[in-house]
Design a protein around this ligand. Structure first.
Ligand SMILES: [Zn+2]
Length: 176
């Protein structure tokens, strides 16, 4: 993946990509996000889902903290928060942050996305499975709808990029 896109994902989701620059003795993330640029939106959407509970907890905490510090309740709620309530929501945010799975390797294999993480929940794995499935229908070069080519190196491509690379659809599909 292009350096600027890799960087954009790492900056947007620092919890998921916290090991992006860790040494290679600790993680395969040191090699970066090893897919084509066409899967950027799949990865962006996946990371958004993997961090959604954390981001909700963060905005709840920030809202309570802001109201507490200003001493003025917002006009729509008329509710002030105590220091304890602010602290409680900060702890909830930290709890959610700790649950965000950390990427250990992100790459293409046999024409599909592989998104490997450390400890994760069943919900996280469901999102990852969905994202990996979508990659088999998405051109890895440009993100357009695509299909998997299995002549030689397996790659998922749209018609334009398959033609550009001189790829051939497999025999079985031509017979249909
Ligand atoms: Zn394409």
């Amino acid at each position: 993946m292009k350096e600027e896109l890799d960087k954009a994902l790492c900056e947007k989701y620092p919890l998921i990509f916290r090991d992006r620059n860790a040494p290679m003795t600790e993680t395969a993330m040191c090699w970066g996000i090893c897919t084509g640029d066409g899967w950027y939106n799949i990865l962006d959407t996946l990371c958004g889902l993997l961090t959604s509970k954390y981001r909700q907890a963060k905005s709840r905490y920030e809202h309570k903290k802001e109201v507490f510090e200003s001493g003025e309740p917002p006009p729509w709620s008329k509710k002030l928060y105590t220091a304890e309530e602010v602290e409680e929501s900060r702890l909830l945010m930290e709890e959610e942050a700790a649950k965000v799975p950390v990427a250990v390797q992100v790459k293409e294999k046999f024409g599909g996305l592989r998104f490997y993480v450390g400890p994760a929940t069943e919900e996280h794995y469901n999102y990852i499975t969905f994202a990996e499935s979508m990659s088999y229908k998405t051109c890895e070069v440009c993100g357009s709808p695509g299909e998997r080519y299995t002549d030689g190196w397996h790659t998922t491509l749209c018609d334009v990029h398959a033609k550009e690379q001189g790829r051939e659809k497999s025999q079985e599909e031509d017979d249909e």
